[in-house]
Design a protein around this ligand. Structure first.
Ligand code: HEM
Length: 520
């Protein structure tokens, strides 16, 4: 037997020596096919489009075009509550199953995808940390939590009120139309100026001055919006993340504190504020930054987490406020009932002035339901947010091998007809009100509430700013409706939405008139 084996080995060696390039190409092709076959087989029992086992280009392309929000739902309707979208990616459209994957006791960790959201690489902030980093996320979360709950942040509510009053001043001075004067205003932008100013004031104790200047200072909004689809795409390619975040390329392509514009500028501002809190002449202040430092964050980490706070809070709250206003303005019955609630609250003396308090706002059921419905219909954060498990799991009855990226379809989950009703596609507040004599109906609303929570994430990765966001959004929507009447300028295109993992909204042009004062 030895002779034929030797002759085969000799002939292979001969072939390699004679045709080295052809042999190399053949080897590469074989490797590629073996990989593809293996990749195909390990999730072949999960349905999905024909190309899913071979490439993630479709997912990347749709992310870039801002089409995954709707597209993943369409695929869910076609293939069922779990489907494969790329060689190692599955998507889940059942909210209860997503809750289990994200939940506190889940064995799933954040996927490497999250590293694409490092703001100042190679440093992580909470949003880019995974369990795989060695437990640092839980430790950091514990350190910043007191700052986010507001327990140690004096003037958090005042910061929101100050932003609202500054916004009111700008609108009253520059953008009130009359019968003889027309001063259209892009509410999308102005609302973001307000949320950015509020975010700065909460983080550093000083507002960033967007409303004072009434423009996109440092081109921050423009650059941040342009970088969002890039970040989402880069997150899909871990090797690009490594490359861009390498010492050499980082300096050229990533934001830097020395940049005169964009995210880099905000990082620079955070650095300057944080610098004042360290050293021999350090200032101690009872704001969020003060709380971070009190709980042991060092200078670099405090800077990074303060920047994250500004970025994660301003866009998300601005989106929800705009979404709420747009649906209010385009729905006469909702507009009437909300206005009635506001009028009754003011005239019965149940509301403080000049700005409603958070507990007063949270006791207004129609206002609160409007915020919930707004978050549900257009969730500000709707990217795929994949998780991976170190052990095999069963999701929607299908075996999911360890190491698979498990994503969610925010659209499919938050418009699930079994949970939110047959008209889940529609912005309708009625669904949030249970018949108080009907136990089954109360159960229905409880279930909706539980699934709705996905908009803020659940478990150990959930949004730390949820409380602040609900306070801010409730106050802002109330105060805006109390003060002004709006007419949409272009009913054919009242707003432009770009669903690129984080909702980017622009062009919400309105004509504004002062409302007759509602008297208490
Ligand atoms: C409508 C408003 C908001 C929405 C819908 C929202 C949603 C989310 C979501 C979905 C996550 C990620 C969860 C995950 O990876 O599973 C998150 C994380 C986070 N959010 Fe928010 N957010 C909002 C407002 C805010 C505000 C106002 C702040 C700050 C004041 C904030 C701070 C954070 C932080 C720090 C994290 C990272 C938490 C961690 O990884 O431990 N968010 N948010």
């Amino acid at each position: 037997m030895a002779a034929p084996v030797e002759s085969i080995t000799a002939s292979i060696s001969n072939t390699i020596a004679t045709y080295p390039i052809t042999t190399l190409l053949l080897a590469l092709l074989t490797y590629y096919f073996a990989q593809s076959l293996q990749s195909y087989l390990h999730l072949s029992h999960i349905p999905g489009p024909w190309f899913a086992p071979f490439t993630d280009v479709f997912l990347i392309y749709k992310t870039w075009r801002g089409e995954t929000f709707r597209e993943l739902n369409t695929l869910c309707e076609k293939y069922g509550p779990i489907f494969r979208i790329a060689p190692n990616f599955v998507v889940v459209g059942d909210p209860a199953e997503v809750k289990k994957v994200w939940g506190v006791r889940s064995t799933f960790d954040r996927a490497r995808w999250y590293k694409g959201f490092r703001l100042d690489p190679p440093n992580d902030t909470l949003i880019s940390m995974c369990d795989g980093d060695g437990g640092v996320h839980a430790e950091r979360r514990g350190m910043v939590l007191p700052g986010y709950t507001g327990r140690e942040v004096a003037g958090l509510h005042e910061a929101v009120d100050e932003g609202i009053l500054r916004f009111a001043k700008l609108m009253d001075e520059k953008y009130i139309s009359t019968d003889t004067e027309y001063r259209p205003v892009d509410l999308a932008r102005k609302i973001q100026f307000m949320t950015l100013d509020i975010a700065g004031r909460i983080a550093f104790g000083e507002r960033l001055g967007f409303l004072d200047q009434d423009n996109d200072k440092w081109n921050y909004i423009e650059q941040a919006e342009a970088s969002l689809p890039v970040m989402q795409v880069i997150a899909m390619r871990p090797w690009i993340i490594g490359l861009l975040q390498s010492r050499f390329l980082r300096k050229m392509v990533m934001p830097s504190a020395n940049d005169p514009v964009g995210l880099g500028k905000v990082i620079g501002i955070a650095k300057a504020f944080v610098a004042k809190r360290f050293g021999p002449d350090k200032i101690e202040a009872p704001d969020m930054l003060g709380s971070f430092i009190k709980h042991g964050l060092d200078k670099d980490t405090a800077e990074a987490e303060a920047v994250l706070q500004v970025i994660s809070s301003s866009d998300t709250t601005a989106c929800t406020i705009r979404t709420a206003l747009l649906h209010i303005l385009t729905s006469p019955s909702l507009y009437a009932s909300l206005l009635h609630e506001i009028t009754v609250a003011i005239s019965s003396g149940a509301v403080s002035s000049p700005v409603i308090t958070s507990s007063e706002a949270s006791s207004l059921p129609i206002l609160q339901a409007t915020l919930k419905e707004s978050l549900r219909i257009w969730p500000p954060i709707h990217g795929i947010m994949p998780r991976v498990s170190r052990s095999d799991a069963v999701i929607c009855g299908k075996h999911v091998p360890a190491g698979t990226n498990v994503c969610w379809s925010s659209y499919a989950c938050l418009r699930n007809k079994e949970v939110f009703g047959p008209d889940a596609e529609v912005f309708r507040l009625g669904r949030w009100f249970a018949n108080s004599d009907d136990t089954k109906d109360k159960e229905r609303v409880k279930k909706m509430d539980e699934m709705w929570e996905l908009v803020f994430g659940v478990g150990r990765w959930s949004c730390l700013g949820r409380g602040i966001a609900m306070v801010e959004m409730g106050k802002v929507v109330f105060e805006i409706l109390k003060r002004w009447e709006f007419t949409i300028v272009d009913a054919e295109r009242p707003i432009h939405n770009y669903f690129t993992g984080m909702l980017v909204q622009s062009g919400m042009w309105v004509r504004v008139e002062k409302r007759d004062q509602i008297r208490g």
